[in-house]
Design a protein around this ligand. Structure first.
Ligand code: GLC
Ligand code: GLC
Length: 631
């Protein structure tokens, strides 16, 4: 039997022989640069490939193909991106800066198309945005595409939004303005209109193997015994029937067909789609629905060990052929699972769905026990990684706290989620929120909530605390570490949009209520302090500016600070040696903190948001929903 080193050597020789046969020329500077990265990455990639695909006879052939294709992608990579690769390698912690500020929008809903989006770049730069996530913009089915999350071609921009050239051009304009472009890599599934899916539907065996297709119900029944229903409104279980009578795996909508990553050909093909995306000038890709990419009978088919190996393998391919590309994971699951994806060798950046959900939880309950516990217990991550802290995404809010965490306070997870759903959909007495329920599952009682920040915090309802609550949530996203993310339009208080009910492709999906068109009228009022939009905008600007000038907010290091007041959250940040005490009052009434809490701090501190001085040794008083960043 061969030793590991011998296996590695043998695999390497095999790969090189195959590439030589295919006429690959190593004798130029570009190929040599790739070779250096290849030498550094190959042991890891080989190891991952062996674990994932070692049982396949043609495993090494796939690996050779992958290397050959990656080299070709590297050679096609534009020079300015290669220059970016070098500068990012020299400063790998670039995204840890307190100057980082993320935002997201839909190209069509915000600007019409990619060309017109360019007109907004000066505004983005002026606001301080350094990271712009454009919601899915690739070719997809015409009527219902799950907001573009059903991709029909990763190589073509949706025709009403523009062309690939427009995307490259926009990426360049953004880069010149200091803004990184982020797009989704929707890689768990393709749409049923993707070329591969069409061929599979026609019965082509090669492409049938790209998906999870079964002749009859035996396997689907067996799998469905243990997997959860993500979109029960769309179809029960995880499978739908194809026109020819076969059954196909669709975790999300019936037109989103799950790719079969147990087939190495799928991994190789999707790696090429990913690299071609990187070569358009995308800096960061949001790895969509990472929890679902590997399936095994008898399991929940979520977050299996192989899902991690796959992400590591994709990451390794990037390090060779598009080294500056970074991954952000989208795992809206149990907090233990969320953190399991966060690693420099997997996804260095991740959404923070727990902190997001618990901010809303604390607003509803006016108590900080859960969010405080989450900060103490579940915030710390690898120092080279970063959370993306957000108030809301384009999706629903799911109450993804751990039941076992809640139980420590005598809170029953199921009941608490029911309360939160009722509260945020205005079915609870005294609620300030105007959200809509999403995917109520009568079998499990599960449900999630949709709506814009302004509609959920009470601004829509005219509640006097509305604006304060919104600023409170954003002040946490802006100060808790990593990259804060604004839902563009929130900075002027965009409200729920119910017009989706008139669009056949959207009517059944309440998430559209929280995806309004750019609120032009509100933007026009943003400099008028007598308007709600103007008030929100001025306070958001103040938060943004305060963050930009506070190096203490860089990085991720955080420790909780017990305020000994059940309504006031406290934590300490100390990036680059500046210590900042964040205090946030979730109550509707003023709250006082005991001077004893501040015996170890400086006696006099300044709120970085307002510039107000605090003599903390005499105690701290906070107004309703007030947050301070004391330094
Ligand atoms: C992600 C997206 C969501 C989409 C799903 C399926 O969760 O955020 O909008 O429905 O993936 O692609
Ligand atoms: C995500 C989550 C689910 C969410 C959906 C999109 O991946 O698992 O909770 O609602 O997809 O909305």
């Amino acid at each position: 039997m061969l030793s590991i080193t011998q296996q590695l050597k043998a695999a390497e020789s095999y790969v090189f022989a195959t590439l030589a046969e295919a006429g690959v020329d190593w004798d130029n500077a570009d190929a040599r640069a790739f070779r250096t990265r290849f030498d550094a990455e190959f042991p890891r990639l080989f190891n991952l490939f062996a674990k994932l695909y070692g049982e396949h006879e043609d495993c090494l052939d796939h690996l050779a193909t992958l290397i050959g294709q990656s080299l070709a992608c590297w050679q096609a990579r534009p020079d300015d991106l290669k220059a970016l690769d070098l500068s990012r390698e020299a400063q790998p912690d670039w995204f840890q800066s307190n100057k980082m500020l993320g935002a997201f929008c839909y190209v069509d809903r915000y600007a019409g198309d990619l060309i017109r989006l360019k007109d907004h770049v000066p505004y983005f730069a002026d606001l301080g945005i350094t990271y712009l996530h454009l919601m899915p913009l690739f070719d997809c089915p015409a009527e219902n595409s799950d907001g573009g999350y059903a991709v029909s071609s990763y190589r073509d921009v949706r025709s009403d939004l523009g062309t690939m050239e427009d995307l490259r051009d926009l990426a360049k304009t953004l880069r010149e303005a200091g803004i990184s472009l982020v797009v989704d890599f929707v890689f768990n599934h393709t749409s049923n209109e993707h070329e591969w899916a069409r061929k599979a539907a026609q019965g082509d065996p090669e492409f049938s193997d790209y998906y999870w297709i079964f002749e009859d119900r035996r396997m689907p029944d067996a799998y469905e015994r243990t997997v959860r229903e993500v979109f029960p409104d769309d179809h029960p279980g995880a499978f739908v029937q194809m026109e020819d009578g076969r059954w196909i795996w669709t975790t999300f909508h019936s037109f989103q067909w799950d790719l079969n990553y147990s087939n190495p050909a799928v991994f190789c093909a999707m790696s090429q789609e990913m690299l071609s995306l990187a070569n358009q000038g995308v800096d960061l890709i949001r790895m969509d629905a990472v929890a679902f990419i590997w399936k095994r009978l008898g399991t929940s088919c979520e977050s299996l060990p192989e899902a991690h190996l796959l992400l590591q393998a994709f990451n390794s391919v990037c390090r060779m052929a598009a080294p500056s590309l970074l991954f952000k994971s989208e795992a809206i699951v149990h907090p233990d699972e969320v953190v399991s994806y966060i690693d420099p060798k997997e996804c260095p950046i991740s959404y923070n769905p727990l902190l997001m959900a618990l901010g809303w939880e604390a607003l509803a309950t006016r108590k900080v026990e859960l969010i405080n516990q989450a900060i103490a217990r579940r915030q710390p991550i690898h120092p080279e990684c970063a959370w993306v802290n957000y108030v809301r995404s384009h999706d629903d809010i799911g109450w993804t706290f751990a039941d076992e965490d809640a139980a420590e306070f005598g809170i029953v997870g199921f009941d608490h989620r029911r309360f939160l759903n009722a509260f945020y959909t205005n079915r609870f007495d005294g609620s300030f929120a105007r959200g809509e329920p999403f995917q109520f599952n009568p079998k499990t009682g599960d449900c999630r909530v949709c709506g814009t920040t302004a509609s959920l915090t009470g601004i829509e309802a005219g509640d006097p605390g509305g604006i304060d609550r919104m600023i409170l949530l954003y002040s946490i996203a802006f100060s808790a570490g990593g990259i804060p993310l604004i839902s563009l339009g929130d900075e002027v208080g965009q409200l729920n949009d119910h017009s989706y009910k008139d669009h056949p492709g959207q009517a059944g999906d309440q998430r559209w209520v929280g995806r309004p068109m750019r609120p032009d009228g509100l933007y026009d009022q943003r400099d008028d302090p007598t308007t709600t939009a103007g008030k929100i905008f001025a306070r958001m600007k103040r938060l943004i500016d305060a963050r930009r000038s506070a190096p203490g907010l860089s990085g991720n290091a955080i420790r909780s600070f017990d305020t000994q007041n059940p309504h006031v959250l406290g934590y300490v940040r100390n990036g680059e040696g500046q210590e900042i005490y964040v205090l946030a009052n979730f109550a509707d009434t003023p709250q006082n903190l005991d001077p004893q809490r501040f015996l170890e701090t400086m006696p006099r501190m300044t709120d970085l948001i307002t510039g107000e001085a605090f003599h903390v040794r005499t105690g701290v008083s906070l107004g309703p929903h007030q947050t301070v960043w004391l330094a």
